[in-house]
Design a protein around this ligand. Sequence first.
Ligand code: ATP
Length: 516
Amino acid sequence: MANDDIFKKIIAHCKEYGFIFPSSEIYDGLGAVYDYGQNGAELKNNIKQYWWKAMVQMNENIVGIDSAIFMHPRIWEASGHVAAFHDPLIDNKDSKKRYRADQLIEEQLQKIEDKIEKEVEKAAARFGDKFDERLFRETNPRVTENVAKYNELKNRFVKALENEDLAEIKQVIIDNNIVCPVSGTANWTDVRQFNLMFSTQLGSVSEETNTIYLRPETAQGIFVNYLNVQKTGRMKIPFGIAQIGKAFRNEIVARQWIMRMREFEQMEMQFFIRPGSEMEWYEYWKEKRIKWHKALDMGDENYRFHDHDKLAHYANAAADIEFRFPIGFKEVEGIHSRTNFDLGNHEKFSGKKIQYFDPDTNEGYTPYVIETSIGVDRMFFTIIANAYTEEKVEREGSAKEDRIVLKLPPALAPVKLAVLPLTKKDSLPEKAREIMDRLKFDFNCQYEEKDSIGRRYRRQDAIGTPFCITIDHQSLADNTVTIRYRDSMEQERVSIDRLPQIMDEKVSMRKLLEKL
Ligand code: ATP
């Protein structure tokens, strides 16, 4: 199945099963804004919990806060967002479609890279064990020609970005014959910068009003609380402050579902360190964060690091963790070495001294910062994309049938356990309720008695419930039930008294955290 088809199926599935709805749908939706439904909200909360526990609970020197979305407007001047938080935008005059100029060029680079990899794959298949990949890459004319093309384009692009040379960015697009995917033409407008922050007014219109911004990142809420937390928590460097919260960006091109939204959620952690130790901590956090992702068992080959081509105005090193989505490798998380840019500027703009006195070395300094910043929604997308599976399965006495199953990591699944009486009579529902009442304090359980057991299993498969418990007539006689496993569809008869322990072993967040 083409990847584009899978992407569309995932979106449709998420809507049909209460994970994600377009916002304001009965009014035909609102561009790039989405609502999480009954199952989506559970999954999202579990992702946030996994992150929060991994960062705050598992690290003695990291604490969490929850700062307001509205902040003093001077904060966004100090942070550089008023002057520099913009993307280069370009329109196609024929289709009237708007694009991010940098993304058009990045897509072109990706196309060249794909061509190179395809050549290598073809040759590897042809030569088998005798294949010398390094030699092939160095000598095959088609590969070397494309590598040269790639390097030339990339160097020109990075230079244009660094110099903020908008005319040159347009020229790169023209020279590389990059056309609008809709009109197929290269009839482009000039490239312009577009600030991504939403603004609104604080105070009633009759009073003196103040333009304020919806925060485009949660990080500044941490920086401006640095002193409060450091003092009240008696924190010693190195230490971190974590936060989960909404962020808002008026994205130019907001396609691709929850990949690029105008209102989204971030999980950020700022780690305050001694100047000069930033490279050591940068490597440390890159390693820690990739481990967090890989603990979910979604295939190590689906992750890669991508170093930033152009560093943000505050950074001296930055890398993204990219995941292989159905739409290709894309960023899920950024790890940035932000120097003392933010704290230093807040000191300047606020006039308050923001310094740390190191009791071990008797020196005072403005701390440096390593940041880890991950989008909850993109993380949600990685999990759903990896989980979505279409299978042909055997059904006794009949032909193969299709099943759609979400193979979610059990600790993150919205419903952990479905409790299903085989029939609606003979006291089976009462017995099932007893089990629910025992387990519901620790696990999100769902009770279902409508329809055949097979159909109920399929519904639970579709929302990723890892375990179904079936209560049958034997249950009344010997206090046992069957557990049916989502992925293998195998069944096992166990004593009801063992259920809490079995469930705890299979779905607890602890199992994930122990891997970190
Ligand atoms: P991109 O290059 O894709 O625009 P970015 O580099 O601007 O992303 P950061 O500023 O590093 O993103 O934000 C940190 C994280 O927040 C990203 O890794 C991503 O997971 C998430 N994020 C950023 N913008 C959006 C958005 N518009 N919608 C959903 N998630 C987002």
